[in-house]
Design a protein around this ligand. Structure first.
Ligand code: SF4
Length: 119
């Protein structure tokens, strides 16, 4: 099972102001590119850790988790504890940097990573 989470720095960061996050998620849903989508306002906060560790430990079926938001290298560091807590293998996480993109570019970038990791 593949899932995609969108994280947008509480919706206040200018990096995410030029895209329509609902249009992005609806397109991915309509095209069936992932099995579920969700938006979280701040995954790197304590409740974001709770969200990730609950989602990932409650569902051992997640083979790929795409997180579209900030720098993938930062994501690796920020989510390490939550993944460890859930027993989620970090190689199943694919960070997608969509900062400063518009809707079309963000969608293109997300779709490319999903296709490139399709195996
Ligand atoms: S995980 Fe990244 S995109 Fe999400 S709130 Fe933290 S810094 Fe922003």
């Amino acid at each position: 099972m593949k899932g995609l989470l969108l994280c947008v720095c509480q919706g206040t960061c200018p990096s995410f102001q030029n895209m329509n996050i609902f249009e992005i998620l609806n397109t991915l849903r309509r095209e069936g590119l992932v099995d579920f989508v969700a938006i979280h306002p701040q995954l790197c906060a304590d409740d974001g850790d709770n969200f990730l560790s609950t989602l990932l430990s409650a569902n051992g079926k997640i083979d790929k988790l795409y997180i579209a938001g900030c720098d993938p290298k930062m994501q690796v560091k920020m989510f390490r504890d939550a993944f460890e807590k859930a027993g989620f293998e970090k190689t199943k996480h694919y960070g997608v940097d969509i900062r400063n993109m518009d809707t079309v570019k963000a969608l293109e970038t997300i779709k490319k990573i999903i296709k490139d990791t399709d195996n």
